[in-house]
Ligand binder design. Sequence first.
Ligand code: GLY
Length: 362
Amino acid sequence: MSAVVNVPLGERAYDVHVGRGLLAQAGDLVGPLLARPRVFVVTESRVAALHLASLRTGLGVEAPALELPPGEGTKDWVNVIRVVEWLLDQRAERGDVVVALGGGVIGDLAGFAAAILRRGVRFVQVPTSLLAQVDSSVGGKTGINTRHGKNLVGAFHQPSLVLADVDVLDTMPPRDFLSGYGEVVKYGLLGDAAFFGWLEANGPALRGDADLRVEAVRHSVQMKADIVARDETEQGDRALLNLGHTFCHALEAATGYSDRLLHGEGVAVGCALAFALSARLGLCAQEDPSRVRAHLQAMGMVRNLAEIPGDLPSAEALLDLMGQDKKVLAGRLRFVLARGIGAAFVTDAVPAEDVLAILRAG
Ligand code: GLY
């Protein structure tokens, strides 16, 4: 079972292939992009040990690789320099293709390096985590973190192709897989109640069933492609993809970006809090937040603040951290709230008192 989703962005349009065994088909899929039989692979050591050999065999062309250390800390200025200088050492030319093999960190970093090398070379995303397959590999957001915060430096640079091979998800630790699932649930909650219903029925079986994984990834990518096609640079609708993220970013900062709370776990808790806030403001039915939390519980995921290990700062301190989110516009907090499951919208008209009440209730 496999599928192709097109991201229709005119001359920057590209296909996202979602399916099984795509690493083995990489040569056929990437080949048409190549000006010469050579690509440059940027990856990290854990992923390289598992998948680099299969990718190279599938590509069937010269594929020198740069292996970086795993982890969020790699997404920094030092490694941008490292990637760019390595590509120049390798004599990468303007017409060459960089391949990002890894999760969101590698995709964002290699994509940013590709965006600035020789004023922009093409790149192919080969996402190896569920989170990267359904979110970060699609849509062209690239960048790094600085000491001022996450993703504050970057560029919109669309990939030329995305290969989301769901077989590589077999090697993901269960917790990381579930964290990525937080972004999958987000799509149902923000814009597709029927998909959320499908996830309620099929989510628990997803990890063990590759065909269900293909469908979950394909549907998520199609939803993202539709939104990105409407609003490539986040002037409007694309902000819907930030459902749960205002809460999430504050919680990630409060937990020190550590394994106390993985990004997708923070998104899941953030979605639950966004629905609780929506219900408190009378925007959606009182049952909706319970339905969101019931599904997260069925998946074995964190669903409220009390379940995050360790102490959290006060509600006031968390609200303050939200104020440092880059989604603040002219000093006003922007939230994605919902009029029901699958009916999200963006607003900056949320009284601080209501946010504090939700944070106190957890
Ligand atoms: N991850 C949110 C976006 O791509 O816009």
